[in-house]
Write a protein that binds this ligand. Structure first.
Ligand code: SAM
Length: 218
C-alpha cells in the first residue's frame, strides 16, 4: 500500500508520464484555470500588462492569460520543460500562440533576469505549496529585483496554525504547509510588504497572499 502510494508521487518526466500533465499539477483543470484568470482580472490585470506566471506548468491558467493579454505580454516559467512542452502542444491553440507570442522558459532556480522585460503582475499558484523556505526565499528575492516598481505579486499557500515539519527538499508532488506569520516573514525578509487575502475559492483551501515591493527610504 505504502509503496504503491509512493509511486504516484514521482516528480519530473516519469511522474508526468504516469499521471498525465493535468493530474500532475493537481487536477481541477477548468476550475483552477478559470479561478486564476478571474482572480487576476479582479486584481486589475489588463491586456497591456506584462504577467509572469511562476510555475506555469502545462498552462492550466496560462492558456486563459495568453488569450487575454496583448502580444508578448505573457511570460511563463516552470522547472519542468516537459510540462511546458505539453502545455504548448496539447493545451494552447496554435493560432493564439502565433498571434500572442507568449514567452515560456524552463527555469529551475527562478532566474527571472532572463525574462524579456519587467512584469507588472506575477502569480505563483500552488507553487509555494511545494517549496522549502530557502526556495521560497530565492523566488521572492529574485522576483523583487525584476518586478516593475508598481508591480504586484500574488501567491498561494497552504495555511496551518502552527509550524509544521515539512519535507526537507522541495518536491512538486508533496505538500508543504506554512503559518501566515511564516509567509509574511519570508516576504518581509525579501523586501516585500505582504497582505493576507485569505480564502479565494480554491478547491483545496489554499490561501492567497499579495506582495508589493517594500519602499526603502534612500
Ligand atoms: C501544483 S503545480 C501548479 C501549476 C500552475 N501554477 C497551475 O496552477 O496550474 C506546481 C508547479 O510548480 C512547478 N515548480 C515546482 N518547483 C518549481 C521551481 N523551483 N521553479 C519553477 N517551477 C516549479 C511544478 O513543475 C509545477 O508545474
Amino acid at each position: 500500500m505504502e509503496s504503491s502510494k509512493r509511486k504516484k508521487l514521482i516528480q519530473g518526466p516519469v511522474g508526468i508520464a504516469q499521471s498525465g500533465h493535468r493530474e500532475y499539477v493537481g487536477g481541477f483543470w477548468d476550475r483552477l484555470g478559470n479561478l486564476q484568470y478571474r482572480f487576476m482580472l479582479s486584481a486589475g490585470l489588463r491586456p497591456e500588462h506584462k504577467l509572469l506566471d511562476i510555475g506555469c506548468g502545462p498552462l492550466r491558467a496560462g492558456r486563459h492569460f495568453i488569450e487575454y493579454l496583448n502580444r508578448g505580454c505573457y511570460f511563463g516559467i516552470d522547472k519542468e520543460p516537459e510540462l511546458i512542452r505539453l502545455g504548448i502542444e496539447e493545451e494552447l491553440d496554435p493560432a493564439i500562440r502565433k498571434a500572442k507570442q507568449p514567452t515560456m522558459i524552463a527555469l529551475s532556480n527562478f532566474e527571472f533576469d532572463r525574462l524579456p522585460s519587467k512584469p507588472d503582475f506575477a502569480l505563483a499558484q500552488s507553487v509555494f505549496t511545494h517549496l522549502t523556505p530557502d526556495d521560497i526565499h530565492l523566488c521572492l528575492a529574485n522576483l523583487r529585483r525584476v518586478i516593475a516598481d508598481e508591480g504586484v505579486f500574488y501567491a498561494t499557500f497552504t495555511e496551518c496554525n502552527g509550524a509544521m515539519a515539512n519535507p526537507r527538499v522541495s518536491h512538486s508532488r508533496l505538500l508543504f504547509r506554512y503559518t501566515r506569520s511564516e509567509m509574511i516573514e519570508m516576504g518581509n525578509c525579501a523586501c516585500w510588504a505582504v497582505d493576507y487575502l485569505g480564502k479565494w475559492n480554491h478547491p483545496r483551501g489554499q490561501r492567497m497572499l499579495r506582495f508589493t515591493p517594500m519602499r526603502t527610504n534612500k
